[in-house]
Each structure stands twice: as structure tokens, then as C-alpha cells.
Design a protein around this ligand. Structure first.
Ligand code: NAD
Length: 472
């Protein structure tokens, strides 16, 4: 039976069914009912009503719901891992890692639910403020529309619904249509954990249909994670509502000659190919200082060749399929285009349906798509640089700016990089791919707008209300 969606306080079906495909062998791994326009209207109305309940929930109660959700997710850990594997083709190691992080996201949300406070501040800095006292408090904003991508379907949903529950907002979750199964289970657990059903809505539909919710004034905030093109387009349609965008990137990592080379190799290999490169902070541009370039390449290639490519269900697999054959074909075309224009493949890769073996390219130029656009595939470019200023220039030579990595032992260089490299987060002696779930996470330039990372999402999902007591 297809999985139902949850709208208006009930599980619903419809006349339209969408099959979910396991990209490794193109078999059908499940199916869902798609929500209609009427269902979407009901979701908005229900969430609007549900907010009148959730806004009054005390923080200990919101924290308890999240703690219970954390326990339920722990109890259903393996089921959620298996669902993610069959809906997205991500390998078991990555799926287990994602679930482990999703648990942390929810646990941190339950802790932060008790820390949402405010300020008492002096108004009397000027004569006009004499005999007055100021207070601020963070208040929930209302209904949050949570739109999520295919690549981390559980944790990225938790990054939105965890903080939404922590502050007492209602929400509508719209997962990616390619990976809708794990969200069904997640929402079942949210309901079992005791968040008021009217405030919990799961809409299953294609993107364009969801776009109509973005301009609805009953939605207080759009929290979007996905591609830059869709994200910025939706921001333009969002009108007066709050908007947070977590978008794409083509992350750069610098390895300077004074770096710990073994450490750099270990992290860059995993950071370039985790989740088959379908990671917004995947290492795509690896900038290597010229004196160590040959040595780095000589060690990097065999380490990449040792990665196990295959069935994502096997515990040993490092690289499974990409989400769809069409996406693998697109990445392959970009690689071939680069090679046609003079790039040299140190590892040529190969493609079979949605499976795409790791590609390592040298002799690329900054205008090649493999370097200047987000490839979102197991492809990395190795770029030698001569001077530190060249490295900084190359790092910033992109429309994106999500996260970056730098391997060096020089403190002055580290501080200079922090100031000059245009990204939301810099990781020193690690790669751009590093993330823990409570740190402020988000991009500059085309990569995003606002920050996630539970406490920071809470700031985005609340508004500061001022009250002034006039005591005279
Ligand atoms: P996508 O933009 O195609 O889709 C993301 C979500 O938006 C899906 O739920 C989709 O249905 C919905 N959508 C698509 N068109 C829409 C429209 N017109 N109106 C409303 N909703 C619409 O992205 P994807 O292919 O699922 O995911 C990959 C992208 O996500 C990459 O660019 C990646 O970098 C980015 N991403 C960013 C982060 C981050 O935290 N910065 C994390 C993961 C993925």
C-alpha cells in the first residue's frame, strides 16, 4: 500500500500515487499518495490553527516532546536507516552517520527548548528613557514551511522540525519527492511523541505545487534547503515572510606546504566522495600548494582507488549510486566537456546507470563547469597554486560560499584565511564537509541566507518582541 500523508490532523490518501525508486537497481522501493491542492490548503489551515495550541505549550512540555521523539528515533534507528538507503541509494555507513546526527539534532533541540529567553535592558541611556524598563522575549512566529532536499532526508528535516517544536511553531514538512518514505516514519514518530496533530503537517508533492504555499500569508516562514536556483527564486516569491535558505556550493579546500599531509589526505579523500559527492559541502576544488602537488597527487589517487564502489546496502560500500541516472549522466557530460577542453583525468571514472565511479581531474580552468558550478557528484578537481594570495583568490573565485577547509600549521595564515575566504564556515585542518549539528551553519554569496544549527535556527524561527514599562 502507498504511504499516506498527514494533513488536517489525519492520515490521507489521494487518487495519485508516486513510486519511489531505489537508484542502485531501479527497482520500486515503495510508493506514496500525492497531496492535492485541497490537501495543501487544508495543511495550511490546520497548521495555522495548530499554532494557537503550540504557542501556549510551556517549554518543559516542548522539550519533553523532543526528548520522546529522540527515544522513538533511537528505537526505530535501523528502520529509518533502511528507508533512507532504499529511497536515496545512500550507502549504509552514510545513512548510519546521518541517523546518528539526526538524533543529536533532536536531542539538542530538546535542550535548547528550555533556553529560549530574552533580555532585561536599560532604556535610560538618554533622558527620554528615564524611569522606564525594557524587556525582550523571543516568541514563536507561527507556521514554518519546511522544504527539504533528497540528499540527507532525515537529518535535514530534523534541522527544521526540531527547532520548530522547540519554540512552539506549527509546521508543514514538504520532503523531496525522490525521498519521501523516511519522512512518513519521522512524522509518525513526531505524532507519537505528542506534538499536537493540527500543528504537524506532511505534504507530499512535486516542487512546483509546493511553491504555491510560499506566497501564502498564513505561512510565517519559509525554511528551504535545496538548490540555489530554486531557493533564490522562492525567496523572491516569499513576500513579507521570514526566509532561511540553505543552498548549494562547490567547496574549496587548501592544502599548504606546511600541512600535515597524512591528515589532509585522510580528510580530503572522504570529504570528496562521501554520499557519492551529493553533499552541499563536498570537496569539489582541492587547491594544493605547488611544492607538495606531485607528492599529494601520488598519494591521493591510490587512496581514492581503494574506496569501495557498489551496493549501498553492503556495510563495506563507500560510494553507492547517485540519486538518478539522469544526474549521473549530467555529471559525466560535465567531466567529458572539461576533458574535451583540456582537463586531464588522473582517475577517469566510469558510469553504469546511476553508478558513477570517482573522477579526479587536473589541468582544469576556472570557467569549466566542473570547477565553477556545483557538480554534486563524486568528482574532484586538483588545482596547484603558487602563492598564498593565489590560494585565497582561487578559493573566492566562485559564486558560492558555504564552507571551506584549510590545512596549514601557520597561525598567521589561519587568521588571514578566516578574514579573507568568503564562506559561512572555515575548517582549519579539516575539510569543508565537517559539520556538527549545533554549530552555526550556512552560506554567503549564492550559498544561502540565514543560519541553521539548532540555536541559530531557533533565532530564525522566533521574533524578538519588545515590551517597555513606563514607570513614571
Ligand atoms: P532541489 O532544489 O531540486 O529540491 C529541494 C526541494 O525543493 C525538494 O523538496 C523539491 O521538491 C523542492 N522544490 C523544487 N522546486 C520547487 C519549487 N518550484 N517550489 C517549491 N519547492 C520546490 O534540490 P535537490 O536536488 O533535492 O537537492 C540538492 C541541492 O540541495 C544541492 O544544490 C545541494 O547543495 C543542496 N543542499 C544544501 C544543503 C545546505 O544545508 N546548504 C544541504 C543539502 C543539500
Amino acid at each position: 500500500m502507498p504511504e499516506k500523508f498527514f494533513v488536517g490532523g489525519e492520515w490521507r490518501d489521494s487518487s495519485e500515487v508516486l513510486e519511489v525508486i531505489f537508484p542502485y537497481d531501479n527497482t520500486v522501493s515503495g510508493s506514496i499518495y500525492l497531496s492535492t491542492e485541497d490537501d495543501i490548503e487544508d495543511a495550511i489551515a490546520s497548521a495555522h490553527k495548530g499554532f494557537q495550541i503550540t504557542r501556549k505549550l510551556p517549554s518543559y512540555r516542548r522539550s519533553e516532546v523532543l526528548r520522546t521523539l529522540h527515544r522513538l528515533m533511537q528505537e526505530n534507528f535501523n528502520e529509518l536507516v533502511d528507508l533512507m538507503i532504499i529511497e536515496s541509494g545512500k550507502n549504509r555507513k552514510t545513512a548510519v552517520g546521518e541517523m546518528t546526527r539526526a538524533l543529536q539534532t533532536i536531542l539538542i533541540s530538546s535542550e535548547e527548548a528550555k533556553r529560549i529567553g530574552g533580555e532585561v535592558f536599560s532604556i535610560d541611556w538618554t533622558p527620554a528613557g528615564e524611569n522606564k524598563q525594557g524587556f525582550t522575549k523571543r516568541m514563536p512566529i507561527g507556521t514554518v514551511l519546511c522544504i527539504t532536499p533528497f540528499n540527507y532526508p532525515v537529518n535535514l528535516s530534523c534541522h527544521k522540525i526540531g527547532p520548530a517544536i522547540a519554540v512552539g511553531n506549527s509546521f508543514i514538512l514538504k520532503p523531496a519527492e525522490k525521498t519521501p518514505l523516511s519522512s512518513v516514519r519521522l512524522i509518525e514518530l513526531v505524532l507519537e511523541a505528542g506534538y499536537p496533530p493540527e500543528a504537524v503537517n506532511l505534504v507530499q508533492c512535486f516542487g512546483e505545487k509546493a511553491g504555491k504555499m510560499v506566497s501564502d500569508p498564513r505561512i510565517a516562514m519559509l525554511s528551504f534547503t535545496g538548490s540555489a536556483s530554486v531557493g533564490w527564486m522562492l525567496k523572491n516569491r516569499a513576500g513579507q515572510k521570514k526566509v532561511a535558505l540553505e543552498l548549494g556550493g562547490n567547496a574549496g579546500v587548501v592544502v599548504h606546504e606546511d600541512a600535515d599531509l597524512d591528515l589532509a589526505l585522510k580528510h580530503t579523500v572522504s570529504g570528496s566522495f562521501a554520499n557519492a559527492g551529493q553533499n552541499c559541502i563536498s570537496v569539489q576544488r582541492l587547491l594544493i600548494h605547488r611544492p607538495i602537488y606531485e607528492d599529494f597527487c601520488d598519494q591521493f589517487i591510490p587512496a581514492v582507488e581503494a574506496l569501495v564502489v557498489g551496493d549501498p546496502r553492503d556495510a563495506a560500500t563507500d560510494i553507492g549510486p547517485m540519486i538518478r541516472e539522469a544526474d549521473a549522466k549530467r555529471a559525466e557530460a560535465w567531466v567529458n566537456e572539461a576533458i574535451g577542453a583540456g582537463a586531464h583525468p588522473l582517475l577517469p571514472g566510469k558510469r553504469e546507470n546511476a553508478m558513477f565511479w570517482p573522477v579526479v581531474l587536473t589541468d582544469t580552468t576556472s570557467d569549466m563547469k566542473v570547477r565553477c558550478e556545483e557538480i554534486f557528484a563524486p568528482v574532484v578537481t586538483l588545482v596547484p597554486y603558487e602563492t598564498w594570495d593565489d590560494a585565497v583568490y582561487l578559493m573566492n573565485d566562485t559564486p558560492y560560499g558555504l564552507q571551506a577547509g584549510l590545512f596549514t600549521r601557520d597561525m598567521k595564515r589561519i587568521m588571514d584565511a578566516w578574514e579573507r575566504i568568503e564562506v559561512g564556515g572555515l575548517h582549519v585542518n579539516n575539510v569543508s564537509t565537517f559539520r556538527v549539528d549545533h554549530m552555526p551553519y550556512g552560506g554567503v554569496k549564492s550559498s544561502g541566507f540565514g543560519r541553521e544549527g539548532v540555536k541559530y535556527t531557533i533565532e530564525e524561527m522566533t521574533e524578538i518582541r519588545l515590551m517597555v514599562l513606563h514607570l513614571d
